[in-house]
Design a binder for this molecule. Structure first.
Ligand SMILES: [Mn+2]
Length: 320
């Protein structure tokens, strides 16, 4: 549907339940809280749902909801909106209850499955939060600084703080506009991009300690065993897969994480000179050219040598 149709849908509807994807990130949460806050400014009842525990680093987003009401009269129907959710399966624990009754999905994933009755999709948007911002403006609402902060959180996290290739001129234009609302941008950047929990730092210390290099330093491998992450929040694991690829000269960065007895999840990040997707699809997984994953069974050494074998083929296939 068009943005004009989506605006009309939001203006005529009521009792909005806004659902995030499981394992929530800054975009799904920022979009949900910004939209929820805006709908409340418009005098609607609205609430946010997420199946998984939300990291305390996102607590500030709740300030979007300081006004208004999220309790629905039981006799009235609710309107279900999904934000940044490409597939109903990503609702996690809410899939059963809400998967089949989404009235509107607002999203930017090319892979969107069109599971909702209506879909507002803009695959050129760097983040769903960009689309949400446009909706809020088109509805003629006056956003608060807290809502601007939530939209900024969505855009900045999905673009890796404006570093990834999905960053557009429009992401910057919207951000410039958001800055006019006077929220604590530096504070958000610190919490989203610099701050690490002590548990995460301890994990990184152990991970970097066991790094092994192969093929003349073109491949770096990190093992993450269960005892290394048992006390850690799953959200704190984000970005660990990127660590070995950050090392100079590494074309293939591999993280092999213990999932269970003799079960290992491999995450491969590459410079593009090694096709990560080719390596992982051979081993029953998949992904993209620069990032892919697969799950393997066996002891660590066997799993690692299977992976290195496939990586080696790709390294020397495409080496120049
Ligand atoms: Mn997103």
């Amino acid at each position: 549907m068009t943005i004009t149709e989506a605006v009309e849908f939001l203006e005529t509807g009521g009792n909005f339940t806004i659902i995030c994807h499981a394992n929530p990130d800054g975009d799904t949460l920022g979009s949900a809280y910004a939209l929820c806050g805006a709908l409340r400014i418009a005098g609607k009842r609205a609430r946010v749902l997420c199946a998984d525990k939300v990291s305390p680093r996102f607590d500030f987003l709740k300030k979007c909801l300081s006004d208004g009401d999220g309790v629905f009269p039981p006799e009235e129907n609710e309107t279900v909106i999904a934000v940044d959710v490409a597939d109903a399966a990503l609702f996690g624990g809410y899939e059963k209850e809400y998967g089949g009754k989404v009235d509107l999905c607002i999203d930017h994933h090319v892979s969107n499955k069109f599971y909702a009755a209506r879909t507002l999709l803009d695959e050129n948007a760097s983040a769903t939060a960009e689309i949400v911002w446009e909706l809020i403006k088109r509805m003629g609402l006056t956003p608060t600084a807290e809502i601007a902060a939530a939209v900024y959180t969505g855009i900045s996290t999905d673009t890796g703080c404006f570093r990834y290739s999905n960053t557009t001129a429009k992401s910057h234009v919207i951000t410039a506009e958001l800055m006019g609302y006077g929220f604590d941008m530096q504070g958000i950047n610190h919490v989203m991009f610099d701050m690490k929990t002590r548990e995460r730092v301890a994990l990184e210390k152990e991970a970097l300690n066991n790094i092994k290099y192969h093929f003349g330093g073109r491949c770096a491998v990190i093992a993450v065993t269960r005892d290394m992450y048992e006390n850690i929040d799953p959200e704190d694991m984000n970005g660990v897969s990127a660590l070995p690829r950050q090392i100079e000269g590494v074309d293939a960065g591999l993280v092999i994480k213990e999932k269970g007895d003799n079960i290992w999840k491999a995450s491969l990040r590459t410079s593009g000179r090694v096709d990560a997707q080719a390596v992982c699809s051979k081993l029953g997984g998949g992904g993209h050219l620069r990032a892919a994953g697969c799950t393997l069974k066996g002891d660590f050494d066997a799993v690692k040598s299977t992976l290195l074998n496939e990586i080696e083929k790709q390294l020397y296939n495409n080496s120049t």
